[in-house]
Design a protein around this ligand. Structure first.
Ligand SMILES: Cc1ncc(COP(=O)(O)O)c(C=O)c1O
Length: 432
């Protein structure tokens, strides 16, 4: 990527109006971002006319790729009807029915506008149900910026994640290593926690899959201690399978948090679902006394745009044709990357499942976020990321490259990714 003049000018203006010049730090690349003007399938184009293969695809939300015709069609249909009713409507009911049909552990649902919000309400719901305060989360687990979950997200895990977090907001949150059942057992058996929250695959923490025994163990420990198990399936929901990570692993949480793909890819969304007994704590008719109810709400919740588009796209995913395609490409990319790094003698490891892939410049394959971040070759990681970008391949996070595959990707883009990686390893070897 050679930053063009138009991107340079936009960044100069952006620096004046956005802190750091961006709307989200994760979208910043050294020395500055390029500015997107057009998207199509798995490609993005910048204002200077450069083309990129997009393996970030809208923070992983665009399982169908950019501007998927069926999604665009659905969006056009609903825009003609209305964008925001602020009242009950049939599309929200159809949307809810579709999610409940596909997510194995869901009986009832409430929608939010983001995964962050959904996690916030899920924790509140768990606290309301158990009447306990503590939350157990995973080191490296990213659940959005909600204070009580904004703990132990980035390495080192013992430091506050942000200025402005009060002691009160974070004192009830305990972080444990992912895939470490012993550590989990020690915390859960104290019987103080309202919930254990985990992603089935640690996403921002490095696309590290849970070991099945870990999730099964969490399920058993939670059952023994009346602790609720929350799966944050904002990334894995409808991506690992039609029924998400829970269907893939065959381990079922008490509460599921959804986001990204549940909205069909292009619209802001989040959702909390669970069995009736738990969800009913949000029922203002059943629980007229507010002190017994877990509040949830919001101006744009279940707006017709996302309800209609989300419902249509979930019905599309239900047909099942997307999964063999994205998982097959994922397998090919993972195998190919491993072979290249091996052949050229790099200390690098590939993690992931299906269409979620993490690339780690570590001595051994990480099974949790600490292993993914401690003693890694940060310089090499940044260099590789920069090389990918320069050669038209967008993946996120220089210090921990990870990526998603969409239905719009083909063998061609996977081959290009592998070729660029091979060029990188070859050039590095030549100069070492
Ligand atoms: C697992 C997980 N949970 C929650 C969130 C937050 O979702 P949102 O950005 O929609 O608030 C994200 C976002 O990347 C995520 O990956």
């Amino acid at each position: 990527m050679n930053i063009g003049e138009k991107s340079k000018e936009l960044y100069r203006r952006a620096r004046k109006v956005f802190p750091g010049g961006v709307s989200y730090a994760i979208r910043y690349f050294e020395p500055q971002p390029f500015y997107v003007s057009k998207v199509s399938g798995c490609k993005v184009y910048d204002v200077d006319g450069n083309e990129y293969i997009d393996f970030w695809i809208g923070h992983g939300a665009l399982i169908f790729g950019h501007n998927y015709p069926k999604m665009v069609e659905a969006l056009k249909e609903i825009v003609e009807i209305g964008t925001h009713f602020g009242l009950a409507h049939k599309y929200e009911v159809e949307y809810a029915e579709q999610v409940v049909k596909m997510v194995p552990s869901a009986e009832m649902i409430r929608f939010t506008n983001s995964g962050t919000e959904a996690n916030m309400y899920a924790v509140r719901l768990a606290r309301a149900y158990t009447r306990r305060s503590k939350i157990i989360k995973m080191e490296g687990g990213w659940h959005g910026g909600y204070d009580a979950l904004h703990v132990a997200v980035s390495y080192p895990y013992n430091k506050p994640e942000s200025a402005g977090l009060t002691d009160g907001a974070v004192k009830d949150t305990v972080a444990i290593p992912f895939n470490d059942l012993e550590a989990a057992e020690k915390e859960i058996k104290k019987e103080e926690a309202a919930c254990v929250i985990t992603e089935p695959v640690l996403g921002a923490g490095g696309c590290i899959p849970a070991e099945r025994e870990f999730l099964k163990g969490l399920r058993e420990l939670c059952d023994e201690t009346n602790t609720l198990l929350i799966f944050d399936e904002v990334i894995t929901g409808f991506r690992l399978s039609r029924g998400g990570g829970q269907e893939y692993y065959g381990v079922y949480p008490d509460i599921t948090v959804l986001g990204k793909t549940v909205g069909g890819g292009g619209l802001a969304i989040g959702a909390i679902c669970s069995r009736k007994e738990i969800m009913e704590l949000m029922d203002h008719i059943k629980y007229r006394d507010k002190t017994n109810r877990a509040f949830h709400g919001g101006t744009y919740t279940a707006n017709p745009l996302v309800s209609y588009v989300g419902m249509k796209m979930l019905r599309e995913l239900e047909k099942g044709y997307v999964y063999p395609h994205i998982n097959g490409l994922g397998r090919k990319l993972m195998q190919g990357l491993e072979e290249i790094f091996d052949e050229y003698g790099f200390e690098a490891h590939i993690t992931g499942i299906g269409s979620l892939i993490g690339i780690h410049f570590t001595k051994k394959k990480p099974k949790n976020a600490l292993e993914a971040n401690m003693n890694k070759n940060v310089e090499l990681s940044k260099e590789y990321h920069k090389y990918l970008l320069k050669n038209g391949i967008v993946v996120i996070k220089p210090t921990l490259p990870h990526l998603f595959i969409s239905y719009a990707h083909t063998e061609d883009e996977i081959n290009q990714f592998l070729q660029v990686t091979e060029n990188f390893t070859r050039e590095k070897r030549k100069h070492s």
